[in-house]
Design a protein around this ligand. Structure first.
Ligand SMILES: [Cu+2]
Length: 328
C-alpha cells in the first residue's frame, strides 16, 4: 500500500513539474521573451547525454560485478556445457552490439548538438545501408539458430542403447522416479491402475516392470553415464527443470516427453568446486502448476557408478513378486 502511494506521489510530482515548466514558458511568452532553444541549451543537452552514457555503462558494469556470484556454478553435464557455450556466444554478440550502438547513440548526440549555423543533411534512403543492416543480422541469426537447433537435436535424439533409463513422474505436487531395473526396460503402466498404493499405475502383469524400482525424494544418477529421462504427468503440465545440468522438459498429461544428458560432476566434486558443503543438485518444477508449485522439488545425487549401483541394489523392486503375478 505504502509502495503504491509512493508511486502515485512520484507520478503526481512529475506531472506537477511538467505543468510548472509550461506555466513558466507561457509567462515568458507573455513577457515577449524569445523562447527558442539556444545553442547553449543544446550543448548542455549534449553533455548531459554524455554523462548519461558514462552512468549507463558504469551502472551496467557495477551490476555485473555485484551480482556475478548469483550465477549458477559451471554446467554439470556434457550438453549443459554446450548450452553455456551457446549462451556465451549469444551474449558476446549482444555485448558487442550493445556497447557499439549505445556509445554511438550518445556520442553523436554530444558531438553533433544543434548549432545555430549548422543544417542537418537531408538523407532519406540508402540501399547500401539497408543491405548492410539486413544481411548481417540475417547471417548472425542463422548461425545462432543452426547451432541451437543442432544442440537441441542432440539432447532430444534417441539415447544410446546402454544409457540408464529413468521415468520422472510428476503430479501435484511431487516427483516420483522409476528406474528400469536390470533389464533396463520400463514396464507397462496405465492411468486406470493408479491407486493409493500404486501411484504410477504400474501394470503387475508386465514382465519388464517386475524389476522396476520406484523412489521418492532423492534421484540418484551415475556420473559420466548417459541417462535417458522419460517424463509423464498425471494431472496438469509440469516442467522438469535441472538448473545445474542446464536442462528442462515439459511433463505433459497423456504423452511421454524425453531427453537425455550425461552428468559430468559428482555431488561431492561440486561441493568442493563451490566451496559449499551443503550443495545439492536439485530438480524443480518450472511450470506454475498450483498452490504448492514452489515446493515441488527433488534432490539429485550424482555419484560414482559403484556408489550408484550399491544404492540401487539396496532398493526393492516396486512390484515385489506375489503369488498371482508368478502364476502364468
Ligand atoms: Cu509442477
Amino acid at each position: 500500500m505504502i509502495k503504491f502511494l509512493v508511486y502515485v506521489a512520484i507520478i503526481l510530482t512529475v506531472v506537477a513539474v511538467g505543468y510548472l515548466v509550461r506555466v513558466f514558458e507561457l509567462a515568458q511568452a507573455l513577457k515577449g521573451k524569445k523562447q527558442d532553444v539556444t545553442e547553449r541549451d543544446n550543448k548542455l543537452m549534449g553533455r548531459t547525454m554524455l554523462g548519461l552514457l558514462v552512468f549507463l555503462f558504469g551502472f551496467t558494469i557495477w551490476q555485473l560485478v555485484e551480482y556475478s556470484d548469483k550465477m549458477l556454478p559451471e554446467a554439470a553435464s556434457i550438453s549443459g556445457a554446450e548450452t553455456d557455450a551457446l549462451l556465451d556466444f549469444n551474449f558476446a554478440i549482444i555485448w558487442i552490439v550493445f556497447v557499439l550502438t549505445q556509445f554511438l547513440l550518445f556520442w553523436f548526440s554530444y558531438k553533433y548538438y544543434g548549432r545555430d549555423n549548422n543544417r542537418a543533411t537531408y538523407f532519406p534512403h540508402s540501399n547500401k545501408l539497408e543491405m548492410i543492416w539486413t544481411v548481417i543480422p540475417a547471417i548472425v541469426l542463422a548461425v545462432i539458430i543452426i547451432f541451437g537447433l543442432k544442440s537441441w537435436n542432440n539432447i532430444t535424439a534417441p539415447a544410446a542403447a546402454e544409457s540408464t533409463i529413468v521415468q520422472l513422474y510428476s503430479k501435484q505436487f511431487d516427483w516420483t522416479a522409476r528406474y528400469a531395473g536390470k533389464d533396463n526396460v520400463l514396464g507397462e503402466s496405465n492411468y486406470k491402475l493408479i491407486s493409493g498404493s500404486n501411484e504410477l499405475g504400474m501394470d503387475a502383469n508386465s514382465p519388464e516392470g517386475k524389476d522396476d524400482i520406484v523412489v521418492k525424494n532423492e534421484l540418484h544418477l551415475p556420473v559420466n553415464k548417459e541417462v535417458e529421462f522419460k517424463f509423464n504427468s498425471r494431472d496438469v503440465i509440469h516442467s522438469a527443470y535441472f538448473p545445474h545440468f542446464r536442462a528442462q522438459m515439459n511433463c505433459v498429461p497423456g504423452m511421454t516427453t524425453m531427453f537425455h544428458f550425461t552428468p559430468t560432476i559428482t555431488t561431492a566434486e561440486m561441493r568442493q568446486k563451490t566451496g559449499n558443503e551443503a550443495f545439492d543438485y536439485i530438480l524443480l518444477c518450472n511450470k506454475i502448476c498450483g498452490n504448492s508449485h514452489y515446493n515441488m522439488q527433488m534432490t539429485i545425487i550424482v555419484e560414482t557408478e559403484e556408489e550408484y549401483n550399491k544404492w540401487l541394489s539396496e532398493k526393492k523392486p516396486f512390484l515385489a513378486p506375489t503369488e498371482t503375478a508368478e502364476v502364468k
